[in-house]
Design a protein around this ligand. Sequence first.
Ligand code: SAM
Length: 213
Amino acid sequence: MDPVLARQNMVKEQLRERGINDPRVLASFLEVPRHKFVEDYLKYKAYEDYPLTIGYGQTISQPYMVALMTQSLMPQAGDKVLEIGTGSGYQAAILSKLCRAVHSIERISALASRARKIHDELRYYNIYIRIGDGTQGFPKEAPFEGIIVTAGAPHVPEVLIDQLGVGGRLIIPVGSETLQELKRITKTKEGVVEESLGGCRFVKLIGKNGWGT
Ligand code: SAM
């Protein structure tokens, strides 16, 4: 199928009909070519309603989950955000259309290099990928208006809340190794506000403040 049509169908059937309604978020999903972020033999499945393997035991998340996390982050044009778990680079690409700067950390160097190459080809120049343990955040660039964790954590790493500015949002799946609850944690002057965004299933967040190495 023509990728433009496939994206239109994906946005209509998988996102709009499930309550994704932020026009900027929907426009970003219409624009970013998801098929460029999956391997050749899976391209025909790139716009389907499920996650896909990207090698190394990792996945590109289901489009709806990427959209839910993106909308819940409430990204603004002037924001600097941090993503933990670059994976294919698709979530970072979506955020790059919605924010001023996207810093993204990936622990598997081969995935980080592949994502960088795709972003360069697409000329997404406001994405900065680093290799390392994202559970420690990225203090050098903090504070962030938003932090998005795209792997499942056993608990909320305190250090990530420390790296949010006041009004900043952290989106993070928290729970067991196989099943988590997606949370939004907003930092306010008075403390943190925690909301549940529903159940989800992510690969493990591996690192010092995650599942350990
Ligand atoms: N956001 C990705 C995308 O758009 O394709 C999907 C991410 S995939 C579900 C989770 C990623 O988190 C994997 O690539 C994994 O290697 C990475 N990861 C796990 N623990 C990490 C850590 N402590 N720091 C950085 N990346 C981590």
